[in-house]
Design a protein around this ligand. Structure first.
Ligand code: GLC
Length: 775
């Protein structure tokens, strides 16, 4: 490795400071006042187009250059970068002139580039995509290399996702760094040397983005402006999903679906894993197991279920198989340098792998979904094995396989981490073309920075272990802090046998995850919600039903996330960055800003410690009030997972439905937690399609001040129907009078302490409800 030496010369034109050193060029360009792009390009090397960064025209930024004797300083109102001349090294300062972490230096060598930066002891490190362990990753070494790794233990950090982005925090001030490399990237976060962060990419150049914050939310908002945000998913995708490796034949699929309905366990989708296919040939059906997929899908839909099918990238080498033949003819498969197809084993046996870095290949692949979605009615696609996973010692393709558009071919090792993202892009764009009026739903296992634009992500093959229940929350919080909000893990655990108590605790937690799917491996015990007897079934039913009641709230949070890039599922750190107690708190989390979810992670536990940050918190189950900051012991018998709501919150809820678009009376419930002032802008739309982009949505403003609640009329081009509007008012005392626009209305006091007012007329008119409270 060669450190970037001394500055030879530089120029500053069109907002870019270009610095030349012996053998390399370093460019610094502000895309926004708080966002700096830093590119180190050794001579003679080529940059690839980014797969993560959205093409867009950034507004011009006012930049000032000071040409000092020792250093150059490039400044915007939000940030300054100081470039030492000899040797070239970088220091970043925020708008208040405070140094971000410490001095950074760059180096390059044969096929590698490095970023080194001081890591003062008070700096904490978050994000990094999918990594085992807890929130703050200081003291750890990690590698980004998308891998089919089924041992999710602390010493196996190399998992399916590769997102080389992190957020560093000093006290409550944050800055971020994204190293846009799809090659292997290694991080040493103050491990080998306690005072140093070292990032090494096995790449030809370094293309990095520094986010100056200063708030953690500022970093995430900018990062997702750069790499894109989740599109609003169809509402059904937020329901409960039932999966298993593998439901077959058709009769078994129908049986599972019928059981869900008979037992009134709400569910929106039944999933088909690899055994629906003919010899694992993608885009085919095993006609013995599934003689008439179209009829089956239609019958399931009649009962309210969507059908989701798995689609893996490996295409079986079989001269009689049209997908393989077309792929060869269209030059869509990855080849070795000598032009031979790169063939290796995966589920179908010897398989070829589409080169999704090629636009024509992405288009071909997207169009392959035509029969599934347009003719058979498949509603969603599940992309798996897309690291890509291969059954060999390396677990993937050889580094020397070549990929890329003609004239811009590179070794697989340079673009390995992009495979899952580009496959998801191909699928997402295909679904958009094939069904322009539907929002695509896609689940992926592998991904790179920006994957949130195309797919929901699950964490792959976890185990039915209590330990994996415990790591579910931190791993998903890490994804959220890496820009990916639509995430979940296999509820009940994939590998190994679940038991009733573990399942009960898992489904309680799972009901609050952005993506909520039960899945289990072949050869493990049954894991449907009724598999563990009536007590556990009842717990599963109650929590899944609660998820359905919370759908208006969840959907609103998804909408907000699609607008801001902030996660749905949040570490307390995001909302309470000034509170040092939140720095590594990951055994409880917030949904949005208001709902505090405190899962139970141990067998036999009947209580758990809960940390309540500043403010007043209301027990969701009992209405009891607690003042934070405080640690409390929460009762948690098997049927209860502790849940708290922030005073000031207004939670929109709906009725229990067995599936999201089940016809049922339209009822909106506002659970109002008085004790602090609050606001809700409730987003609603059809839950499907794109009319919302042309004004087909409604936003209902609701304001709480003291014990007065003002509900505005919905604004926007979509008219929500509300047969009933229920306001459940949780007061810090006893409600004695309730009034609507100054006139008394009847209310009843419910078991959880809420004063409940039911309106059946003028339910979408603006109104004011006020409550007189005693005691
Ligand atoms: C992989 C997936 C898993 C799936 C299995 C069979 O292990 O991670 O979810 O069930 O392949 O397709």
């Amino acid at each position: 490795m060669l450190p970037v030496g001394s500055l030879l010369d530089y120029d500053f034109a069109a907002g870019t400071l270009t610095l030349r050193t012996a053998g390399a060029q370093l460019s610094l360009r502000f895309l926004a006042p708080d966002l700096l792009r830093i590119t180190l390009l050794p001579e003679g090397r080529q940059m690839r187009p980014s797969v993560a960064v959205l093409p867009r025209q950034w507004d011009d930024v006012q930049v000032r250059l000071d040409e000092g004797e020792e250093a150059l300083r490039l400044a915007t109102p939000a940030m300054t970068v100081e470039v030492g001349r000899d040797p070239v090294r970088l220091r970043f300062y925020d708008r208040d002139g405070r140094l971000l972490a410490g001095e950074a230096s760059l180096a390059w060598g044969e096929g590698a580039v490095a970023w080194e930066q001081a890591a003062p002891p008070e700096v904490r490190y978050y994000g990094f995509g999918q990594k085992p362990g807890f929130l703050d990753r200081r003291g750890r070494a990690m590698t980004h290399w998308a891998t089919d790794e089924s041992l999710h233990t602390p010493d196996h950090d190399v998992l399916y996702q590769a997102i080389p982005f992190h957020i560093a925090m000093q006290g409550s001030r944050a800055h971020g760094l994204f190293v846009d490399s799809t090659a292997r990237v290694r991080y040493d976060v103050a491990k080998e040397r306690a005072d140093r962060l070292r990032i090494l990419a096995d790449d030809d150049y370094l293309d990095a983005y520094l986010f100056a914050g200063p708030a953690i939310k500022d970093v995430l908002v900018r990062y997702t402006e750069l790499t894109g945000r989740m599109e609003l998913p169809p509402l059904w995708a937020l329901g409960y999903h039932q999966c298993r490796y593998t439901y077959f034949p058709e009769a078994r699929v129908r049986e599972v679906a019928a059981e869900l309905r008979r037992r009134e366990i709400p569910c929106d989708a039944v999933w088909l894993d690899i055994d629906y296919m003919d010899g694992y040939r993608v885009f085919t059906w095993d006609r013995e197991r599934f003689p008439d997929p179209k009829q089956m899908v239609a019958d399931l839909r009649e009962q309210g279920f969507r059908t989701v099918t798995i689609v893996d990238p490996g295409v079986k080498v079989d001269a009689r198989y049209p997908v393989f033949r077309e792929g060869v003819a269209g030059n869509h498969f990855i080849c070795h340098a000598d032009g031979e197809l790169c063939i290796d084993n995966v589920w179908p046996g010897r398989s070829a792998f589409p080169d999704f870095t090629r636009a024509a290949t992405r288009r071909w692949w997207g169009d392959l979904h035509r029969e599934f979605v347009n003719d058979l009615g498949i509603a969603g696609i599940w992309n798996d094995m897309n690291e890509p996973a291969v059954f060999n010692e390396r677990k993937t393709l050889p580094p020397t396989a070549v990929q890329g558009e003609d004239g811009a071919r590179v070794g697989h090792d340079r673009v390995h981490n992009a495979y899952g993202l580009l496959m998801a892009q191909a699928t997402h764009e295909g679904l958009r073309r094939l069904q322009p009026d539907r929002r695509p739903f896609l689940l992926t296992r592998s991904g790179y920075a920006g994957i949130q634009r195309y797919a929901a992500v699950w964490m792959g093959d976890n185990h039915s272990w209590w330990e994996h229940l415990l790591t579910t929350v931190p791993i998903l919080l890490g994804m959220g802090l890496s820009g990916v909000p639509f995430v979940g893990t296999d509820i009940g655990g994939f590998q190994g046998d679940c038991d009733g108590e573990l399942f009960a605790r898992w489904v309680q937690l799972g009901a609050f995850l952005p993506f909520c799917r039960n899945h289990a491996a072949m050869g493990t015990v049954d894991q449907e919600p009724w598999a563990f007897g009536p007590e556990v079934e009842e717990i599963a039913r109650r929590y899944i039903q609660l998820r359905y009641r919370l759908l208006p709230f969840l959907y609103n949070e998804f909408y907000k996330s699609s607008q801001t890039g902030l996660p749905v599922m949040r570490p307390l750190l995001l909302e309470y960055p000034d509170d040092p107690e939140t720095a590594n708190l990951s055994d409880q989390f917030l949904l949005g800003e208001d709902l505090l979810v405190c899962p139970v992670y141990q067998p036999g536990a009947t209580a758990r410690m809960v940390y309540l940050p500043a403010g007043e918190w209301v027990d969701f189950w009992t209405g009891a009030r607690h003042r934070g900051p405080a640690r409390i012991v929460a009762e948690a018998p098997l049927e209860r997972m502790p849940l708290y709501v922030r005073a000031g919150a207004i939670l929109p809820m709906g009725p229990v439905r067995q599936w999201t678009d089940q016809p049922a009376p339209a009822e909106l419930t506002l659970q109002v937690y008085a004790g602090a002032d609050g606001a809700l802008d409730l987003y609603e739309d059809e839950g499907e399609g794109y009319a919302y982009r042309d004004g087909g949505y409604a936003i209902t403003p609701v304001r709480l001040s003291g014990t007065r609640l003002r509900i505005g009329a919905p604004e926007g081009g979509y008219r929500p129907t509300r047969d009933r509007l229920v306001v459940r008012f949780f007061a810090p005392g006893r409600v004695v009078v309730a009034e609507r626009d100054g006139r008394p209305v009847t209310f009843r006091t419910a078991a959880d302490g809420a004063a409940e007012v039911v309106l059946t007329e003028g339910t979408t008119d603006a109104c004011e409800l006020s409550f007189r409270v005693e005691g």
